[in-house]
Design a protein around this ligand. Sequence first.
Ligand code: FAD
Length: 458
Amino acid sequence: MTVICWFRRVLRLDDHPALVAAAQGGPVIPLVILDPLEALAHPASAQRQAMALPGLAAALQARGSRLVVRRGDPATVLAQVIRDSGAMAVHASEGMPFARDEGLHDAVRAAGAALHLHPLADLVPRGSVLTRTGTPFKVFTPFWRVLRQTAIAAPLPAPRLPAPDAWPDSDGLEWPEARAAMNRGWPVMARHVQAGEATAHDRLEAFLDRITAGYAERRDLPAEGDATSSLSDALAVGEISARRIWHRTLHAQDQGRGGTEDFLRELAWRDFARDLFHASPDMDRTCWRREWDGFSWQGDNADAEAWRQGRTGIALVDAGMREMFATGRMHNRVRMIAASFLVKHLMIDWRVGLDWFARCLTDWDAASNAMNWQWVAGCGPDASPFFRVFNPEGQAGRFDARRLYRDHWLRGEGARDFAKAVPRSWGFDPDHRPAPLVDLDAGRQRALAAYRGFARKD
Ligand code: FAD
């Protein structure tokens, strides 16, 4: 009985529960669906996925299998491929947000097959790390303590993949809608991406060879590009599993590598975000602390546009926004500062920022993006309190003391990359130095006054 394995943001053969289950069911058709709507909402992430496909296709071919790629709406495509192949079952990983998969079951059933959704190979199954009273954790540190005591399941080896007698047609490996949505940006971004499952494993090994006890401090320095693993995009498109990273890191720890415990702790934030999102699937649209939906955020406006285009006049914020637009990544500390500047100094709704990150990040992940934006905005669980307003100049002095990061993105090679990536409609002038959108102290006072007014009403 032929079965379909839908590679849904899990673009690998290693540690892929849906693929293992499919291979037990009979000859497997590996399927990737390129949804035009996904490309419009998340162009950089879609283009990053497309860049993983040649490696995936080659790895399947080396095992006597094939990658079938179809463009279109997932429910419609699944029904077509079921009809074309006579498959009786579809295996896939569960999607995120977790609650929005109902329509798929109906479409697959109507086409005459059954849809089996499998857990993602995260560190722990969703909702399994609980407080003593059986509720999900709202604070990271106790979550981490319990997770650290939990036995993390071993990664699953890639299965043997029996081939079907006939293969359904395939579209090409490119995702034209993603390229079109990224406009001049995609060739620039492509130079900054290292794609593919084998590459992700090599990158992990290289990182574990160089990690030291200094990781916890160096990970905050944006000019120190090799201080962190840079594996978040590979994790987001599923080229490597969190479980594989965990077990390899434990092995390095057994061999005495410093910094590995801090690295494992960072990795656990991703699972924490997923547990929160599992418990509150509208977390990307609604304040986790509901009362914050009544806060006097401003909507999208000209200041937000200046922020998106990296011309707020605040050097570290602009450097970060440029880094993200050109490369699809932004350093974690700079993400916090750029996000804080939007929601506090400019008082703009965190969802405006979340949506822009969701368009630009190659590591876009619905849960991590939502949790971190709500953390910065002060409306999430375990959030940074609203009255903690990052001073971007002070942060720059502390974490980019030699100005290397800012100079790279405002004057150096990074600035030239950004100039090549921006749409012509932005009218970007590399020699123009914008004045600050807001005086930092006045902006801080305005945010605190709004917060005091809100807290009184509360
Ligand atoms: P490393 O230091 O090597 O850490 C290893 C792994 O731990 C990362 O790859 C990542 O999977 C996980 N991790 C580390 N920090 C965090 C964190 N704060 N939250 C969740 N997971 C974490 N990360 C995403 O993967 N996708 C997003 O859409 C995303 N949006 C963000 C939005 C904002 C406003 C902020 C402040 C942070 C966001 N992050 C997001 C978290 C973080 O910035 C990136 O995961 C990090 O930059 C990845 O770099 P790295 O792989 O070199 O990290």
